[in-house]
Design a binder for this molecule. Structure first.
Ligand code: MFK
Ligand code: FAD
Length: 514
């Protein structure tokens, strides 16, 4: 018998089918820039549905394995990844997924160009954008703080388009189980010790790292406490006693550089990304930036990787909406297509609204980053970037989890099946609200930016002025989104601020309610 066969959702060019992006992009970049980048985005929009998606699926199906010892009992700590994962690394180099941000072919719009490609890439690549984000952050850190040797060495490897020379970088913050407040959010608990070699530059680092993603990377930036400050008393200087260090994970022979990998994490999602627990045993390192200023130095990475988190979250919402929309034209319920069903359409509309909100954040924060890096210093740009980075990260992460959960239901029971690809989308975005700073921690960061940079006033001015632009509907919408996300911050701030601050919290909150 010929039983009914449901057609699966089919996605085409992920750039050309992104109607909201196509509508916004020519409005936010000069025409010349738009002409320069649209051909590459169109080509790449096809590619992410072709070989890149296949390599992503293969990497997911064959997650990394750790081989601790060889047949002769020698400790090798070797991580074996799928061939597809390695090819994704080559493709990332060739496509300039990090390089574009440093080649700057379209000046201050280069970040937008680069990040639009990462946005198209993210959900096809089994989260290869995770190691890319850290490489990008590492490149920016070296651009800001690296000496000539660093710029001619690792920086070039991070930003090359040549796959043979392309390196990825990890970013490790110490996690400790010894204290009551553990160390992911509160890095002051670091027990990792750096022992100086007397030249003020070179150190040997020892410690145990609880979360190290991209352990197959060539290099990492990490935080450690130098021995003298450690000996002056645990946490004596809080996070201000920490410094940032650069290490080569592997030596010239490709062997681990005084590092033991203890285990690979057994994760809920991001299955293709090798995340490990490892131990550094007097690993040679170089101090980056000033001693004791590790947190502000590493913040230059965090502020980049948090924007990548926004990209991943918005990319997830876009992929979810694309699948649900296409399916609506293929699935019949109660004698008509889902696409003709008002109730179903209202569910789609809610998802689309969250996607559009995320897209606003994504474009704004990315354009600001490009301006901050390429144009003369401007206090308004810096204040806006300082607040929008954590705000957009905390908001889009939460919404992407909601939207990815909704698309699962949109596809009915099949959406719950592993081989529908939806569980992967859902699992992979669940982590976006945890890594790169949890929602509470980022709320405090937003709050810090309001207090130290007066960033709320600057943001309010910009939002109010934009009401005169030709697209007021977008403005009203941006306002709602920012308002919603700030409410979350306000609630948090009310709970944690000391009595004297409550007035400050409330008066700032009122300012936004125009
Ligand atoms: C798929 C795309 C995404 C890919 C993800 C890649 C894989 C995931 C990898 C990770 O998860 S990496 C680890 C991420 N870890 C975090 O995000 C840490 C979360 N904790 C925080 O964010 C804390 O706020 C932080 C450790 C940064 C600071 O806490 P503290 O120890 O209480 O320090 P404090 O006093 O707030 O700040 C110290 C200095 O740093 C201050 O400067 P000053 O000394 O000059 O006053 C701050 O202004 C500065 N600072 C802090 N956050 C900053 C910053 N400066 C600029 N930007 C920031 N965001
Ligand atoms: P905690 O800091 O203990 O937080 C526990 C809870 O307390 C959270 O809900 C948090 O919001 C809340 N909390 C903490 N402080 C406050 C506060 N002051 N006020 C209110 N609430 C608070 N880290 C790296 O350095 N490098 C990596 O490569 C890396 N890869 C990762 C990969 C994966 C898959 C995951 C899941 C994590 C990874 N991490 C990595 C670690 C990640 O950054 C941390 O897990 C995260 O920052 C939270 O830290 P924690 O796990 O110690 O939780």
């Amino acid at each position: 018998r010929d039983f009914f066969q449901q057609e699966s959702p089919r996605l085409g060019n992920q750039y050309l089918e992104d109607s909201y992006l196509l509508e916004l992009l020519p409005r936010v970049v000069p025409e010349k820039v738009y002409e320069q980048i649209k051909g590459d985005l169109t080509r790449f929009g096809d590619r992410v549905m072709g070989d890149i998606l296949q390599y992503g699926r293969a990497s997911e199906a064959n997650p990394p394995k750790l081989v601790q010892y060889d047949a002769w009992g020698r400790r090798v700590s070797k991580i074996i990844v799928d061939e597809g994962w390695k090819i994704l690394q080559d493709i990332s180099a060739q496509e300039g997924l990090v390089a574009i941000g440093y080649e700057r072919p379209v000046q201050e719009y280069s970040r937008l160009y680069q990040y639009l490609k990462v946005y198209l890439f993210a959900c096809s690549s089994a989260v290869f954008d995770c190691p890319l984000s850290m490489t990008d952050g590492g490149a920016r850190l070296l651009e800001l703080y690296g000496d000539k040797e660093m710029m001619q060495g690792p920086f070039k490897h991070f930003t090359t388009r040549d796959p043979k020379n392309f390196w990825t970088s990890g970013q490790w913050v110490k996690y400790t189980e010894m204290t009551e407040k553990t160390g992911g959010s509160d890095v002051a608990n670091s027990e990792t010790i750096a022992v100086g070699k007397g030249d003020g530059k070179n150190y040997d680092i020892s410690g145990y790292k609880f979360f190290t993603s991209a352990t197959t990377a060539n290099s990492a930036i990490l935080l450690a406490r130098d021995k003298e400050s450690a000996e002056s008393g645990f946490r004596a200087e809080g996070s201000r006693g920490l410094s940032a260090f650069y290490i080569n994970i592997r030596d010239k022979q490709g062997e681990l550089n005084n590092i033991i990998i203890h285990k690979l994490k057994n994760k809920f999602g991001t299955k293709a990304v090798p995340t490990a627990e490892l131990e550094l045993l007097e690993t040679p390192s170089r101090l980056i930036g000033a001693k004791g200023r590790g947190v502000p130095v590493i913040a230059s990475i965090l502020n980049i990787t948090r924007i990548h988190n926004v990209i991943h979250s918005v990319g997830t919402m876009r992929r979810s909406v694309a699948i649900a929309r296409d399916f609506a034209h293929r699935r019949m319920v109660f004698s008509s297509k889902l696409a003709e069903n008002k109730l179903y359409l209202s569910t789609l509309a809610e998802m689309e609204i969250e996607l559009r909100a995320g897209m606003q954040f994504f474009l704004d924060v990315t354009i600001l980053l490009g301006k901050s890096e390429c144009l003369a210093k401007n206090d308004q740009t810096e204040s806006l970037l300082r607040i929008l980075t954590p705000l957009s990260k905390l908001y889009t992460a939460k919404q992407s989890i909601t939207v990815a959960s909704e698309v699962m239901e949109c596809l009915g029971g099949t959406g719950y099946m592993e081989d529908s690809d939806i569980p992967r989308l859902f699992r992979d975005t669940q982590v976006t609200s945890i890594w790169e700073g949890t929602t509470n921690v980022l709320s405090m960061d937003v709050w810090r930016s309001i207090k130290t940079h007066k960033s709320l006033d600057v943001m309010l001015d910009v939002v109010k002025n934009r009401i005169n632009v030709p697209f007021p509907e977008i403005l009203a919408f941006s306002h709602k989104v920012i308002n919603d996300s700030l409410k979350q911050v306000e609630e948090m701030a009310k709970k944690v601020t000391v009595d004297g601050d409550i007035e400050f919290v409330e008066s700032n909150a009122k300012k936004f309610a125009f």
